[in-house]
Design a binder for this molecule. Structure first.
Ligand code: NIG
Ligand code: FE
Length: 408
């Protein structure tokens, strides 16, 4: 049979086929094929198996020699704020001199600082700055994304962010979902009730055509549980929440009550919160890069797994609380700081993350019928990826069967 390409000479092919999403002990099984191989046609995997099976059945136009390396499905970064303008390096320095993230936020810095820069940036400037981040993320092996608004906080600026996200998704050909996050912070000089009405009204109206999900920063010093409920309840969009990051405000249980697709951060989440989420099927998304970057405690991912939650991990890439944009680094932190095994962390960053953005029918595993998004890492075994923390092992990233590359 004809194929556009086949891959051969690979040490371990991590297919991640099987249960989706993976829970409990299912997370330990990466469905590895030793000397695995696959055939790709029109950007889709058409067969996955051992090298002898594939080579004997397919006549490819191109053969990719993996040179004894390990091959994974592209990582899925299911929580990222990559569209924004400017940077917050001055606040980074303030934090190093003792100010906390919350103090900076309470004084009108933090998110509102990036809101000013993002409002001032033209569509083109915002696109160019965000595209650089996206390229860097793809180079480390991430091929699917969630992209949030939330640095506009007014209808037109929120819509500009989402339109930039849509254009990036189109231009880079990546699988991605967009999230309207007008409820990220409350701008100065506006009454909070008026702002909640604005989010539910004008902002949602103009942003909804560009958004797959709605998200609220539900936390101490941000939006209350009541406000969160009011914002999402009639939005008509599936819900994701930033919950229990700065304090346990019962955000995990609220996410479960609202039938949220995912609740993220969860540093302070209670046992009951995890139990409620397990019952409602709300994905527990952990963001260890944020705890690391802000010097905060790490979330109880093992407790969430034991409670029966679907667990995912993501970068939370943003200008204030986490600038890490490499999923292999996040996988390493999940092992070192959340106590996950390398296999659990990889399941959380691929198939479960794909499930959390409802893209599991297209990405998250190397499986017949899915997009041929895969990465060659120059390691013999997948364990080397978290173990050699900070080493960039990604050799080649493929999106729909084509190597991703751009002029520098
Ligand atoms: O996920 N927690 C709220 N929002 C972001 C931080 C955004 C920022 O500081 O710019 C987060 O950590
Ligand atoms: Fe976030």
């Amino acid at each position: 049979m004809k194929a556009d390409l086949i891959l051969r000479n690979c040490s371990e092919l991590l297919t991640l086929t099987g249960p989706c999403p993976r829970k409990g002990s299912q997370m330990d099984d990466l469905a590895i094929i030793k000397n695995g191989s696959f055939a790709v046609k029109n950007g889709i995997f058409v067969a996955v198996g051992t090298e002898s099976e594939i080579v004997s059945n397919y006549e490819p136009e191109t053969i990719i020699d993996a040179n004894g390396c390990c091959v994974l499905p592209g990582f899925v970064d299911s929580h990222a704020h990559i569209v924004f303008a400017g940077d917050r390096s001055a606040e980074f320095e303030m934090r190093l001199q003792g100010a906390t993230y919350e103090e900076i936020m309470a004084k009108g810095g933090g998110i509102l600082n990036t809101v000013n820069a993002t409002r001032l940036a033209s569509y083109e400037e915002l696109y160019t700055q965000s595209a650089e981040r996206l390229k860097a993320m793809i180079k480390t092996g991430t091929t699917a994304f969630e992209m949030k608004s939330g640095y506009g906080l007014e209808a037109n600026a929120e819509m500009k962010m989402l339109m930039v996200a849509k254009k990036l998704i189109h231009d880079f050909g990546v699988e991605a979902k967009t999230t309207f996050m007008g409820a990220h912070a409350i701008p100065k000089n506006i009454d909070r009730n008026d702002f909640v009405s604005l989010i539910k009204g004008e902002m949602l109206y103009v942003c909804k055509p560009y958004a797959d999900f709605i998200d609220v920063f539900c936390d101490k010093g941000a939006f209350t549980n009541e406000e969160t409920e009011e914002i999402v309840k009639d939005s008509g969009l599936p819900v994701r929440l930033h919950a229990d990051e700065l304090a346990d405000t019962g955000g995990a249980s609220l996410a479960a009550k609202l039938g949220a697709v995912s609740a993220d951060h969860l540093i302070g989440a209670s046992d009951k919160g995890f139990e409620d989420m397990a019952r409602s099927g709300t994905v527990a998304t952990f963001l260890p890069g944020t705890s690391f970057f802000l010097g905060k405690p790490f979330a109880r991912a093992k407790k969430a797994i034991e409670s029966g939650c679907v667990v995912a991990i993501a970068s939370d890439r943003n200008p204030g609380s986490c600038t890490i944009q490499s999923m292999p680094f996040i996988v390493g932190l999940a092992c070192l700081k959340l106590g996950m095994t390398p296999a659990q962390a990889i399941s959380a960053a691929t198939i479960n993350a794909a499930y959390s953005i409802r893209s599991h029918d297209r990405v998250g595993s190397i499986e017949k019928g899915k997009r041929a998004d895969f990465v060659i890492y120059d390691v013999e075994s997948y364990r080397m990826i978290p173990y050699e923390l900070g080493v960039d092992h990604a050799k080649m990233t493929f999106i729909k069967g084509k190597e991703a590359s751009w002029p520098d």
